[in-house]
Design a protein around this ligand. Structure first.
Ligand SMILES: NC(=O)c1ccc[n+]([C@@H]2O[C@H](COP(=O)([O-])OP(=O)(O)OC[C@H]3O[C@@H](n4cnc5c(N)ncnc54)[C@H](O)[C@@H]3O)[C@@H](O)[C@H]2O)c1
Length: 246
């Protein structure tokens, strides 16, 4: 009896000659390349190959951060959690350093233990930070950059504004962070936007960028610089009707 074999080839619509997503210098993916791969999988040369997905993408799916290891402080929640997911999606391995053990372990498990590891690390304690970094890095060619986010409605931001507006509801607080402080029409800042900025800074695309503060604030600090709380608040409540949201 001839055993049945099954193989798959990843062939995505993003791969056309006009596409700028090619990761391989000097080579363009042609339909013939995919066809030859299919011929190989169907031939006797691949007689012992079954259940295999042969990715023909010039390294695209390996990602911008292949071979890199990142320590993500505060990686159990909010922006750090989104950054950990984005780094892994781009091929990095991550050390999630946080003080919320249960959440941190859960995030590492969600991402996969082959690419993510949790370690308890209180960033207020230098020796714990050093231990987390040593766990992750062979120290060479270190670049240091910062990402400065505007308001993202994470647990930290919501509880921070609750201190300012104790009478406001959860919905009002989230609205205030996402819409009330927003200067950019039609766009809302999300944890993933910060995560992608961090991926860029960590990648070789930013190989000569160091000592930089990448402000991701939808123009807030250029346009406004400070928040006129009285225009959208009444006492310790948030007046959502005072701002027109597009
Ligand atoms: N959300 C925003 O609007 C906003 C804006 C600007 C800057 N930030 C900064 O971004 C960072 C992440 O905040 P977030 O909004 O994602 O909040 P978050 O509450 O969702 O996540 C913060 C994470 O940090 C961890 N953490 C707290 N203290 C720690 C410590 N001592 N050591 C290690 N981990 C600790 C928490 O356990 C949590 O998992 C913070 O430094 C915050 O100040 C946030």
């Amino acid at each position: 009896m001839v055993p049945r074999r099954a193989g798959a080839i990843l062939c995505t619509a993003t791969w056309c000659r006009r596409c700028r997503g090619n990761e391989m210098d000097g080579a363009t993916l042609e339909v013939e390349d995919v066809a030859m791969t299919a011929v190989y999988l169907a031939s006797d040369e691949a007689r012992l190959v079954s259940g295999h997905n042969l990715v023909v993408d010039g390294g695209f799916t390996i990602g911008k951060l292949a071979g890199k290891v990142a320590v993500i402080t505060g990686g159990a929640s909010g922006i750090g959690k989104a950054a950990a997911a984005e780094f892994v999606a781009n091929g990095a391995k991550v050390i999630i350093a946080d003080v919320q053990d249960e959440l941190g372990h859960a995030v590492a498990a969600e991402l996969g233990h082959d690419v993510a590891e949790y370690t308890r690390c209180d960033v207020a304690d230098e020796s714990q930070v050093a231990a987390a970094v040593e766990l992750a890095l062979a120290r060479h060619g270190v670049r240091v950059n910062a990402v400065s986010p505007h308001g993202v409605a994470t647990p930290l931001a919501v509880s921070g504004f609750r201190g300012l507006f104790p009478a406001a509801s959860e919905e009002e607080l989230r609205w205030f962070i996402e819409e009330g402080m927003n200067e950019l029409d039609g766009e809302k800042l999300e944890a993933e936007d910060i995560a992608r900025a961090a991926v860029y800074l960590a990648s070789d695309e930013a190989k000569y960028v160091t000592g930089h503060n990448l402000v991701v604030d939808g123009g807030f600090t250029v346009v406004r610089r400070f928040l006129n709380m009285s225009s959208i608040t009444e006492g310790n409540r948030i007046n959502m009707s005072r701002i027109e949201v597009s």
